[in-house]
Design a binder for this molecule. Structure first.
Ligand code: 4AD
Ligand code: MG
Length: 464
């Protein structure tokens, strides 16, 4: 007999047919005559109830069926008399595929997220992490579908690179040299010309620079892959290894770029509401009572388009009216998350797309405004999350770009190929990066970014 997945079984009304289900025991309840087993196979948040007549089964077998054990059950699908489920399986045969030791860490309900992170290899078996991981899958499908339907090409950029795309110096080195005894040049420095790639290399912090090569040839591309940052940020919103989606488009201006940012996020959130109903309802009930309402309201509202300078004015006004921020507010500063959240959650009460940042706080590649002070960077700020997207129109003038690179002292010897885009048929273009796990935080209502990726990488943490 072919196995039926529980997601299909719970919708099936062919009562009386024989079925085969396999899965892990969530709970077991015994009465004198019958034993009720809630079985889950990960295909849905919902369990199927298996009913076993004690008289028909070996006592030792029934005793071995504990929370976490893995079973294969053959039985009849019947309409359930009990509340809470439409159907159940009356077992005719039970095979114990895997017993579960008594120290199974996910045995008890209501463990803390902290505890579950220490057992991240087993937390996937819980309702919450099952829901989060299924939603994660659906969000990836939403992203690919959105770009595919809008004529973007999925473009694969390298993970190992010699260039620091953000110029922030937060890269993990990639080397095969012996750290105890590396080859040295005449000056006594490590001689990377003898390393695997013949130069100093790292894991990428962004696929943008190569993405620009793609966009200025194919018109519109997107990347979707892992990204690595060696920033020592121990916050609920930073990972050292995260997934980023980076679309890059030729022939667009700032307003069109912002339109794409808004349309894209709304598409992803609508997709979640459409494809992840059961899991979202569970999270709404168990994790965050305001989740579904927040998701629906984001789709229905226009995002605010806010100039940085105006944003600073609003924050200064708040300070004048007695609002206390930890960090002082002044033109030129980078917004801290408390400032972003004030604008989004208290002042406007909806997502904000900010632009026109001082050039000093943004990356070298952003298009410079005629005022000489600001650039066409555009971040999307979200309730609870803060920055969910960072993007910009790119500086297409070779001259201005080179001047900025020199001002910042960025080593460009390995980026000649990037500058070539500005020499050979340069064009207006722009793009952005969406942090996949930041989107996941918003869509699931989870509070910590470590809980929306299967195996988080953060400072001091690379287990599993
Ligand atoms: O603002 P960022 O640094 O922009 C870039 O990397 C550009 N190259 C993107 C582009 O224009 N193509 O990062 C983009 C987004 C942020 O808005 C945030 O959502 C996410 O990536 N992000 C992180 N997510 C988790 N952990 C971290 N350490 C992150 N750093 C950035
Ligand atoms: Mg940013």
């Amino acid at each position: 007999m072919k196995r039926t997945k529980i997601t299909d079984l719970i919708r099936c009304t062919d009562y009386g047919t024989d079925v085969l289900v396999k899965g892990w025991v969530r709970t077991k309840r015994d009465s004198k005559a019958v034993c009720f087993i809630a079985l889950n196979d990960g295909s849905t948040i919902k369990n199927i109830q298996v009913v076993a007549d004690v008289a028909n089964f070996d006592e030792n077998l029934l005793r071995s069926i504990t929370t976490g054990a893995c079973l294969s059950v053959t039985g009849k699908l019947v309409e359930s008399p009990g509340a809470g489920q439409a159907s159940e399986v009356h077992a005719t045969a039970i095979e114990l595929l895997g017993t579960c030791d008594a120290d199974y860490p996910m045995q008890k309900k209501g463990q803390s997220f902290e505890f579950m992170r220490k057992h991240a290899h087993m937390r996937l078996r819980t309702n919450t992490f099952g829901a989060v991981m299924r939603i994660r899958h659906h969000m990836a499908m939403a992203i690919h579908t959105y770009f595919h339907e809008h004529g973007y090409f999925y473009f694969h950029t390298p993970l190992i690179t010699a260039s620091d795309a953000e110029g922030a110096g937060e890269m993990f080195q990639v080397t095969v040299l012996d750290p105890e005894n590396p080859p040295r040049n005449e000056q006594g420095n490590v001689d990377y010309s003898q390393d695997f790639f013949g130069k100093h290399t790292s894991l990428t912090v962004s696929g943008q620079l190569e993405g620009e090569l793609g966009a200025t040839a194919l018109g519109a591309i997107y990347t979707f892959g892992p990204t690595f940052r060696a920033e020592n940020s121990n916050t609920p919103r930073h990972l050292a290894e995260f997934w980023m989606i980076e679309p890059e488009v030729a022939f667009i201006d700032l307003e069109e770029l912002q339109d794409i940012e808004e349309d894209f996020i709304k598409y992803c959130v609508s997709w979640a509401l459409e494809h992840c109903q059961d899991d979202l309802e569970f999270l709404n009930k168990m994790i965050d009572r305001g989740l579904l309402e927040r998701l629906r309201s984001v789709i229905a509202t226009d995002f605010v388009r806010l100039d940085y300078t105006e944003g600073i004015r609003i924050l200064e006004e708040a300070v004048a009216n007695g609002h206390k921020f930890e960090f002082p507010v002044s033109w030129g500063m980078d917004l801290a998350s408390e400032h972003e959240r004030y604008l989004v959650e208290e002042h406007f009460k909806r997502p904000v797309i900010m632009s026109g940042y001082p050039k000093e706080i943004k990356a070298f590649y952003m298009k410079q405004n005629p005022d000489g002070r600001t650039v066409q960077g555009t971040d999307v700020l979200f309730p609870q999350i803060g920055e969910i997207i960072g993007g910009s129109v790119r500086e297409e003038s070779l001259n201005k770009l080179q001047t900025r690179i020199e001002e910042l002292g960025i080593p460009m010897k390995d980026m000649w190929w990037y500058l070539d885009t500005r020499r050979f048929g340069t064009c207006p273009h722009g793009g952005f990066g969406l942090g996949f796990e930041r989107l996941m935080l918003f869509v699931t209502g989870m509070q910590n970014i470590r809980d929306v990726i299967p195996f988080p990488r953060t400072p001091g943490q690379a287990e599993f």
